[in-house]
Design a protein around this ligand. Structure first.
Ligand SMILES: Nc1nc2c(c(=O)[nH]1)N[C@H]1C(S)=C(S)[C@@H](COP(=O)(O)O)O[C@H]1N2
Ligand SMILES: [Mo]
Length: 401
């Protein structure tokens, strides 16, 4: 065996153990990995999911969940940066600490949050900025997610703004730092902290303790997390322990280096010319995903197929979803749900047709937002080294028999 060959084989083997399929396979397409197997063992409060690591837990939702408007809690993806997540949270002693440039430092219990403030509910998409990263070529750095590092849930909690008003911001209060309860293994490793400008706080930002009518699952940030609709989820700090108000921006390892893209018009770069000036990833790109049918499945000629999926953007809302069943030559309007879940939510779509000839069949879907932003073809996606903000037109290939 050639040396090169050996390395390739070795990687495939390791990949097979971790994720049940060949990780190099994605190299042949510009589409996100689409057929990775779920693990035989489930994590607490979760059903079996696609696993990239067990410590810290990195779990992806299987595609089938993207046929419904809300993603079930027990199939909702999980991403943590540090392995040392507390093993237990005592809900009677849990407090979120609001400190720094505030008139009164406060420590709020879950009961305080639920009784002292107005309860609000909002349905919103939580999507990792690296979702579908496996579609980037050459390979971008980071977890090689398929399309399931996202989900949509109905969040319940209190407005961040109301809590800040309650503490009272002092003169000069400019930045908010959100810190989660987990710890880095080495004390020198920076905590995963997100900073937000005080004047960017809006009425949609929630400190949430409920997800789809239940307590937050432990791995999704129990008992309290930040909800920032329209923004990629690196900002949605889980298991919040502190909100610190400062005048100056702190140097934060994660947010200075990760979750950033080239600060140029195309937000792109090439491996031999990495752009130095960067900006945070922030707003979610318009996107849509086919949840059904499944890649590689066989369907009968002339049988009706109902294509189902979800579409979303940063909050302008979805105007149309178009589906193509002829390799992108013609695009047909899909039926959208009534949209009552609001503009931050998944908009489900469906499109019914019957294939007229046997052989390979490619189904594609494309979302267009109310801002007239439209998904690019997968082959036209521009590269960035962190593999962020992928939103190429999704594609599922079936066999008609
Ligand atoms: N405390 C804490 N919050 C965090 C993170 C983290 O590592 N620690 N990761 C962020 C990132 S990058 C993502 S994609 C989302 C994942 O949320 P989920 O695990 O509920 O899907 O949490 C965000 N909030
Ligand atoms: Mo993320």
């Amino acid at each position: 065996m050639e040396r090169r060959d050996f390395f390739k084989k070795a990687v495939v083997t390791a990949g097979s153990i971790a994720i049940g399929t060949n990780i190099l396979e994605a190299d042949e397409t510009t589409q996100p990995a689409n057929d990775r197997a779920v693990t035989p063992i489930a994590f607490p409060e979760k059903r079996p999911m696609i696993m990239y690591s067990d410590r810290p837990p990195l779990l992806e939702s299987p595609r089938e969940v993207f046929t419904s408007a809300l993603t079930p809690n027990d199939l909702f993806f999980v991403r943590w940066h540090m392995p040392m997540i507390p093993k237990h949270i005592n809900t009677s002693t849990f407090r979120v600490h609001i400190n720094g440039l505030v008139n009164k430092e406060i420590k709020l219990s879950l009961n305080d949050l639920k009784t002292k403030f107005k309860q609000v509910e909002l349905t919103a998409v939580l999507q990792c900025g690296g979702n579908s990263r496996s579609a980037f070529h050459p390979t971008a750095s980071g977890i090689q997610w398929g399309a399931g590092a996202m989900g949509c849930a109905k969040w319940k909690g209190v407005r961040l703004k109301d809590v800040l008003d309650y503490a009272g911001l002092k003169e000069g209060a400019t930045w908010l730092g959100f810190n989660g309860k987990e710890k880095a293994v080495y004390s020198e490793t920076a905590n995963f902290i997100r900073e937000l400008k005080v004047d960017e706080v809006n009425e949609h930002m929630i400190l949430a303790y409920e997800m789809n009518g239940e307590d937050l699952p432990y791995l999704n940030g129990f008992p309290l997390r930040l909800i920032m609709p329209g923004t990629y989820s690196d900002s949605w700090i889980k298991m919040i322990s502190d909100i610190t108000v400062t005048q100056k921006k702190n140097k934060l390892l994660f947010m200075e280096k990760a979750y950033r893209i080239p600060d140029n018009a195309c937000e792109c770069e090439t491996p031999d010319k990495i752009v130095e000036k960067t900006k945070p990833i922030e707003k979610i790109n318009v996107n849509s995903i086919i949840g059904y049918p499944k890649k590689g499945s066989k369907v009968r000629k002339d049988a009706h197929i109902v294509v189902r999926g979800v579409a979303f953007d940063a909050g302008a809302g979805i105007k149309t979803v178009r589906v193509s069943v002829d390799n992108g030559q013609t695009w047909n309007k899909a039926l959208l749900d009534d949209g009552t879940a609001g503009n931050f939510a998944f908009r489900t779509f469906r499109y019914t047709f019957a294939p007229k000839k046997t052989g390979k069949l490619t189904i594609m879907c494309k979302a267009i937002s109310n801002n007239n932003e439209e998904q690019p073809l997968a082959k036209d996606i521009q590269w960035n080294h962190g593999g962020y903000k992928y939103n190429g037109i999704d594609e599922v290939i079936l066999e008609v028999v």
